[in-house]
Ligand binder design. Structure first.
Ligand SMILES: C[S@@+](CC[C@H](N)C(=O)[O-])C[C@H]1O[C@@H](n2cnc3c(N)ncnc32)[C@H](O)[C@@H]1O
Length: 263
């Protein structure tokens, strides 16, 4: 039997991130960022795969606002998967969503299972971008879109000392790659209509507001919920992340590509 995967996004961290980013979200920008990276892509009536669904906020939004017929969220964390199911039921989209706990590695879906594939800030945890792009291409139907956001590296080789300090403080299992690597992985898998949109400038500014919120209006409530030591540590993480963003080492980015139609 496989060892259980240690829970990276535990109760303390999810409580803080949801307070900051909105119910069901473990990544910045909430539904506005989802709408931005999906702009112009129609999901109405479609079957959508969400890689790294976290607490399910994206999936609920795709059903309620984008009118997807069925959203399948996958994640490696069983506790998060349970919470997705609860939130989807509470939000009235239980029958149009399914949440599946998966092992890291290849996608366990048949070829051409989905009309569209999305992911919000989760592919950072999947080190082999080429294997993932091939798999996403395989599970998409011809003509289907892959549209996502992710956190990319703004450096090749060694990160700066400040980026290393941020990564160490964050302590999550990140496997960052550059925009060139993503571009090459998507192109080699067969995707066309590639678009890679850098969001570093937006998040550099936004992260400062988040840090100020953590230190200000949210501080007392978060300390009561998660403890002062944890909140103070996370404020330190934000300070270090802002330096890494300012240096351009950390680059939140929107990505999209289309699987060509059958001719
Ligand atoms: C930053 S959170 C983002 C969650 C969600 N997409 C959101 O925007 O709120 C990253 C998520 O990726 C999940 N994850 C990590 N490795 C994964 C893998 N190999 N396959 C699927 N999900 C993974 C984590 O458990 C976590 O829920």
């Amino acid at each position: 039997m496989n060892e259980p995967i240690p829970q990276e996004y535990d109760d303390q961290l999810t409580a803080l991130l949801e307070t900051l980013w909105g119910e069901g979200f473990l990544s910045p920008g909430g539904i506005d960022e989802v709408d931005r990276y999906l702009a112009g892509i129609k999901l109405e009536g479609l079957a959508v795969l969400d890689i790294g669904c976290g607490l399910g906020g994206v999936d609920i939004h795709l059903v309620k606002q984008h009118r997807a017929a069925m959203v399948s969220g996958i994640d490696i964390d069983q506790t998060l998967i349970e919470r997705c199911r609860q939130l989807a039921e509470k939000s009235g989209v239980g029958s149009q969503t399914e949440f599946i706990c998966v092992e890291p590695g290849r996608l366990a879906f048949a070829d051409a299972s989905f009309d569209a594939v999305t992911s919000k800030d989760s592919i950072i945890h999947i080190p082999d971008k080429h294997a993932l792009a091939e798999d996403v291409f395989r599970v998409l139907k011809p003509g289907g879109w892959f549209a996502a956001s992710d956190w990319l590296a703004g450096y090749e080789g060694e990160p700066s000392a400040e980026m290393q300090a941020y990564l160490a403080a964050e302590g999550l299992d990140f496997g960052l790659a550059t925009a060139e690597v993503y571009q090459q992985a998507l192109a080699m898998a067969g995707f066309t209509d590639l678009e890679i949109v850098d969001r570093n400038d937006w998040y550099r500014q936004h992260a400062r507001h988040e840090r100020d919120h953590l230190k200000g209006a949210l501080y007392k409530g978060l300390v009561a919920a998660t403890g002062a030591e944890f909140v103070n540590h996370e404020i330190e993480v934000w300070e270090k992340m802002i330096v890494a963003l300012d240096q351009g080492q950390l680059r939140p980015t929107h990505l999209r590509g289309r699987k060509p139609d059958r001719d």
